[in-house]
Design a protein around this ligand. Structure first.
Ligand SMILES: Cc1ncc(C[n+]2csc(CCOP(=O)(O)OP(=O)(O)O)c2C)c(N)n1
Ligand SMILES: [Mg+2]
Length: 442
């Protein structure tokens, strides 16, 4: 007889019956991506919304072709085109209200422009120019994020903080299929669900992470299914159906706003062009696959619906295309103007208080710039920091004075040191994971 079997001795309480923490069924995505265009439900769609979406899609595509052309002219270091994904880009911007925040990735320039940012400012980063290129607070658009998925925890933090402060803000964070394999994706979704943060995670599944197809990226039934593991609903939508994406994202945004917590939306779409202008997509996928997706084109789908309902005619289509041409001409003209850049801006807005290393680097750069402009001033510039450094002063400021420059180059100051040298271009391309032909680098 053991101690536990003796009468009156300790008996462990049996554990309570196991219960799931939440009911999984309502969180599961549908078996098929949700579609509206071409179905009976399309008759109920608001004509104004359809026209608005259409105009944005047409301009968006033209923006993509123009930006890609600018890479060939050396005006942009790199451009990740979203051709084929315009419905996702435009809908993401249009579902948000003014007080909301958009957290884009590097491929989401169109969403940034559709949110109201200057089309040229939206390309600043890709030009190898001034940091973000726009004030994120102006339109509540976070910087276009190159490090995959890092924008997601930022979106959760912002949304959670806004909720604590009682502000009615929703954050919509965009990420690619490849980005869902990042730790940041996991951390963001987990925190968002636990905190019920007002966030919408919008995954554009365009089939590839550069050359890696989705099948090598995940074994999940769909990316939307990942939501269930975190305790939030997953929705699956046809990413080329602008009306469907707008509806599904709109519902997720309103759910978040009504304190219903986060949603993960997966849009099934396709990156019709190469990863960037520096990638050769023919090396990892067939023309037939690309053509099959071109036949499911977001602009053609919406145009067919508008035409069927008599909401647009040939003249209306031409007017939208003309408007897109004017936008492209303006973009081209403005991008062909040399930007006023000061290399010293590299050191501005990095730390509130410069580190000693950055001060040293700033001093070196300032001396090099001075040497380019006035060889004599440069000589004294190199000598002076050595003296002042031994006196314990910031050497960068000493060089700045010697070279007749302010210690921190003001934004937009007229320095003639171009930003589009081959080094700038190559480092930008490298950070976008370019892996193939160097042919188009210039
Ligand atoms: C943290 C991090 N790792 C790697 C890269 C290199 N990289 C740039 S784009 C890319 C593929 C991303 O694919 P996906 O998330 O599907 O977005 P898409 O380019 O298809 O829009 C990779 C691996 C990066 N930018 N950041
Ligand atoms: Mg992708």
């Amino acid at each position: 007889m053991t101690v536990l079997e003796q009468p009156g001795s300790y008996r462990p309480t049996p554990p309570p019956a196991w219960q799931p923490r939440t009911d999984a069924a309502p969180l599961l995505p549908d078996a098929e991506p949700y579609r509206v265009l071409g179905t009976a439900a399309a008759d109920g769609l608001d004509p104004e919304l359809l026209r608005r979406l259409y105009g944005r899609l047409v301009r968006g595509r033209r923006y993509n072709t123009q930006a890609t052309a600018l890479t060939r002219q050396g005006r942009l270091a790199v451009y990740p085109s979203s051709t084929g994904q315009e419905a996702c880009e435009v809908a993401a911007a249009l579902v948000l209200q003014e007080q909301d925040w958009l957290f884009p990735s590097y491929r989401d320039t169109l969403a940034v422009v559709a949110r109201g940012l200057d089309p040229v400012a939206a390309l600043t980063l890709l030009r190898g120019d001034w940091h973000t290129g726009y004030d994120p607070r102006e339109r509540r658009v976070a910087p276009l994020s190159t490090p995959l998925a890092t924008q997601l925890p930022h979106a959760v933090g912002l949304a959670h903080a806004a909720r604590l402060a009682g502000d009615e803000v929703v954050a919509l964070a965009m990420v690619g299929d490849g980005g869902t394999s990042e730790g940041d994706f996991h951390e963001a979704l987990n925190f968002a669900a636990v905190w019920r943060a007002p966030v919408v995670f919008f995954v554009q599944n365009n089939g590839f992470a550069i050359s890696v197809p989705l099948a090598k990226q995940t074994a999940a039934p769909s990316l939307a299914h990942k939501a269930v593991g975190y305790g939030m609903p997953g929705r699956l939508v046809d990413g080329n159906d602008a009306a469907a994406v707008h509806e599904v994202l709109g519902e997720a945004v309103e759910r978040a706003r009504a304190d219903g917590g986060p949603t993960l939306v997966e849009a099934v779409t396709y990156r019709v062009e190469a990863h960037t202008n520096a990638d050769d997509a023919t090396r990892y996928r067939s023309d037939a696959e690309v053509e099959a997706w071109r036949a499911h084109d977001p602009i053609a789908l919406l145009e067919a619906e508008l035409t069927r309902r008599g909401l647009i005619d040939d003249e209306g289509i031409r007017a939208e295309r003309d408007a897109a041409e004017r936008m492209a001409a303006d973009l081209r003209d403005r991008m062909n103007e040399d930007a006023a850049l000061d290399p010293m801006d590299l050191f501005a807005n990095v730390y509130a208080q410069q580190t000693a290393q950055l001060r040293e680097q700033a001093a070196q750069l300032r001396a090099e710039l001075a040497a380019e402009q006035q060889p004599e001033a440069a000589e004294s510039a190199v000598e002076e920091p050595a003296r002042e450094a031994s006196a314990g002063e910031a050497s960068g400021q000493a060089v700045g004075r010697a070279a007749g420059r302010p210690a921190q180059g003001p934004r937009g100051s007229q320095a003639s040191h171009g930003s589009r040298g081959s080094q700038g271009s190559q480092s930008s391309q490298g950070s976008y994971g370019s892996q193939s032909s160097q042919g188009e680098r210039r």
